[in-house]
Design a protein around this ligand. Sequence first.
Ligand SMILES: NC(=O)c1ccc[n+]([C@@H]2O[C@H](COP(=O)([O-])OP(=O)(O)OC[C@H]3O[C@@H](n4cnc5c(N)ncnc54)[C@H](OP(=O)(O)O)[C@@H]3O)[C@@H](O)[C@H]2O)c1
Ligand SMILES: [Zn+2]
Ligand SMILES: [Zn+2]
Length: 352
Amino acid sequence: MYKAKAYSAASATSPLASSTISRRDPTEQDVQMEILFCGICHSDLHQVRNEWREVMPTVYPCVPGHEIVGRVTKVGSGVTKFKVGDLGAVGCVVDSDRTCPECQAGLEQFCPNLTLTYNFPDKHLGGVTYGGYSDSIVVDQRFVVHVPANLSPAGAAPLLCAGITTYSPMRHWGVTKGKKVGVVGLGGLGHMGVKFAHALGAHVVVFTTSPNKKDDAIRLGADEVVVSRNANEMQKHASSFDFILDAVSADHDINAYLNLLRRDGTVCLVGAPEKPLGVAAFGLLFGRRSLAGSPIGGLKETQEMLEFCGKNNITSDVEIIPIQKVNEAYERLLKSDVKYRFSIDMASLRSE
Ligand SMILES: NC(=O)c1ccc[n+]([C@@H]2O[C@H](COP(=O)([O-])OP(=O)(O)OC[C@H]3O[C@@H](n4cnc5c(N)ncnc54)[C@H](OP(=O)(O)O)[C@@H]3O)[C@@H](O)[C@H]2O)c1
Ligand SMILES: [Zn+2]
Ligand SMILES: [Zn+2]
């Protein structure tokens, strides 16, 4: 065991603050990394503030962070995938049973025995796992992926959650040329959704509550932008979408989007608001529409997504911040004031 620096929350109402945590010494299959950048996902905020108490109650202290890019500093004797000095990346999952049908299919996100990167029982040290708001991390090589050399580490970090969470459902529901695709909420996930839908050749429409994001939406790859609070603009798109990705972090009217689907279309939730959403039956019945959801993605698809980003030069648009600004960044997330992901430069923690 060794001591690592981290930012942790002591309770649902405490700000994140500097602290020390224990990490395991790398075992045979482990990769130890010095963390270079960690993205700030809205899930970090939900978890720190215990907004998901009914499904995943938060254990304190809580060290969030699951969009991690780091430099390998040590490898166990059985590690073949990485050597010291390589770049490595870790997303939302750091372990699974590897034997269940889901794991065998490369869909670790559905493993009944998975270990998430933070706030999950730590099988090595007891207590819970601690995430990437830290100067280092130790993870089994199977759960560490390679970052293409042409991508900037700061902009690549958010691919590990915002990237895979939007790429995976787009692949699953067949987003491609000739499809009309909506993306709701131009935040961290949403802006990656726009980049992927555009790169996959779809006609992309962004739905935003922030009129000041219109130009950015087009620059990111949208063909059209709709201010969702404008009923007339919404009505113009009635019954026309094949697929809509809903990446909104707060309570909102999902029926408005179900009504925009054509026959057999799908609204896929990736956003995970604190409170349940109300669904009107007729929005689904008329048009045989589907409301679906999708969590993150498996290791195989995460590596595939990173290769796709390497080939298409896709990274997240990031605002790089020092860790000391993390609490301020959370307040800005709540105001939809992020363009379009905060990426923490972890050198700022090392110098603390
Ligand atoms: N499924 C998964 O595996 C998974 C993975 C990661 C994150 N998530 C969840 O996905 C959600 C989004 O995460 P994120 O990191 O992208 O968050 P984010 O960067 O804060 O973006 C959320 C966006 O939602 C829109 N929005 C916020 N409040 C709204 C409201 N009251 N009504 C309508 N729109 C609103 C805003 O976009 P506009 O300004 O454009 O309206 C905002 O930028 C969170 O709930 C997060 O926990 C799920
Ligand atoms: Zn996330
Ligand atoms: Zn499994």
